[in-house]
Design a protein around this ligand. Structure first.
Ligand SMILES: Nc1ncnc2c1ncn2[C@@H]1O[C@H](COP(=O)(O)OP(=O)(O)O)[C@@H](O)[C@H]1O
Ligand SMILES: [Mg+2]
Length: 369
């Protein structure tokens, strides 16, 4: 049996690490062979945070970070290859998402920008890179996001079962798979970990709230929760996608201006409830009951999982582990799959999800040769 090895490279808005996965697509079900997470060096993290907001001298910063992120991505792949003990000449291509530094899907001239130079990755790994997955969909009038629902449908759909796949990264997105297998709905629900990460980083100097323990020490403030959930994004119809442009630290600070009397942990608890409630408000109209499988870093937040489960009494709530895929690697595997689709000349987008005028082959190839 010949193998069909592809690598998926993913770093989301959380910027918590560069996930690399080696996947074999020679069978019907993608097989995960090896995984690696490469830490993002402090200077890159800081530079990316600055670049993610409008400022001066952006072009020089963009040019430099594009190359440096490409180098960091290549390092993640090279570590993955070493761990896997598989000769890199057997890897067909790397599917690289890139690091999003701006996502503006609703401007009159909409755009989305991911950096991490694919040429640099190709040169430093010796493996062809397939990248730039989002911009074709944007060119076709779509949101360019989320792209993972097509993959979720492919691997997680089950006949006669209403299923929702929920990915909780910095931003959270859902994929609804109807019982008859025909309908797929997918969109970003709003902030996932972005604001709970931002708040604990700002007030406690911790990268994230381990297991949601700090949020659990606080008490949710119902007025603040209601105020946060009144953000116009939550009531907009899908197709829709969002990012840290809308749910930024600056936005959070503005919302908190009338709530400075609250304890920091009460705010953390309220932000966690905002994440959970906005997800539930997005899921409930799609189906009152069904199966919900959570992936992304949020699946590892015990308090988040507990609150979500309580809010959805008619859903069976589990992580994608129950479907045989570790939550942390689902998105990475999805980008390996997008590369596999491109390589085989197959479309990978769902116009009904992104709002594009038609489906399309996504990405472009950057040969190592
Ligand atoms: N044990 C944990 N407890 C709480 N939160 C966690 C845990 N592990 C990961 N996370 C959260 O998951 C985030 C990373 O999720 P990830 O799916 O990689 O997001 P992204 O796609 O934005 O990079 C972290 O920033 C953190 O908020
Ligand atoms: Mg991540």
């Amino acid at each position: 049996m010949t193998h069909a090895y592809f690598i998926g490279l993913m770093s989301g808005t959380s910027m918590d690490g560069i996930d690399a996965v080696l996947v074999d697509f020679s069978n019907n079900k993608p097989k995960l062979i090896a995984t690696h997470t490469e830490a993002i060096p402090e200077h890159l993290f800081k530079g990316l945070q600055r670049l993610s907001q409008p400022s001066t001298d952006e072009i020089n910063r963009l040019g430099r970070l594009d190359r440096q992120v490409g180098q960091a991505f290549a390092k993640s792949v090279n570590e993955l290859i070493t761990k896997s003990c598989i000769d890199k000449k057997h890897v067909i291509a790397i599917g690289s998402h890139g690091q999003t530094v701006r996502h503006m899907p609703n401007l009159e001239v909409s755009f989305t920008l991911q950096i991490g130079d694919p040429n640099t990755i190709a040169v430093e790994t010796g493996i062809d890179v397939i990248a730039d997955f989002r911009r074709k969909d944007v060119a076709l009038g779509g949101q360019g996001a989320p792209l993972v629902p097509a993959f979720h449908q492919k691997v997680f759909a089950k006949k006669d079962t209403e299923r929702v796949i929920l990915n909780i990264g910095g931003i959270a997105n859902i994929t609804y798979l109807s019982a008859n297998g025909e309908q797929v709905i997918g969109f970003d629900t709003g902030p996932g970990n972005a604001l709970i990460d931002a708040w604990i980083q700002q007030t406690q100097n911790q990268p994230f709230d381990q297991d949601g323990q700090w949020a659990e020490l606080g008490t949710t403030n119902p007025e603040l929760l209601k105020h946060l959930l009144s953000h116009v994004y939550f009531s907009q119809p899908h197709p829709k996608s969002t990012g840290k442009e809308l749910f930024s630290r600056a936005w959070l600070e503005q919302q908190l201006s009338d709530y400075s009397h609250l304890n920091a942990e009460d705010i953390q608890s309220t932000l966690l409830d905002m994440c959970c409630q906005s997800i539930v408000d997005a899921i409930s109209p799609l189906s009152q009951r069904g199966e919900l499988f959570v992936c992304g870093g949020g699946a590892r937040n015990a308090a988040l999982m507990k609150r979500l489960t309580n809010l959805l009494p008619d859903y069976q709530v589990e992580t994608t582990e129950a479907l045989g895929v570790e939550p942390q690697w689902v998105e990475g595997i999805a980008f390996a799959w997008l590369a596999y689709r491109y390589h085989n000349n197959l479309p990978a987008s769902l116009p009904e999800v992104t709002g594009a005028s038609r489906e399309a082959i996504l990405g472009a190839r950057f040969p190592a040769a």
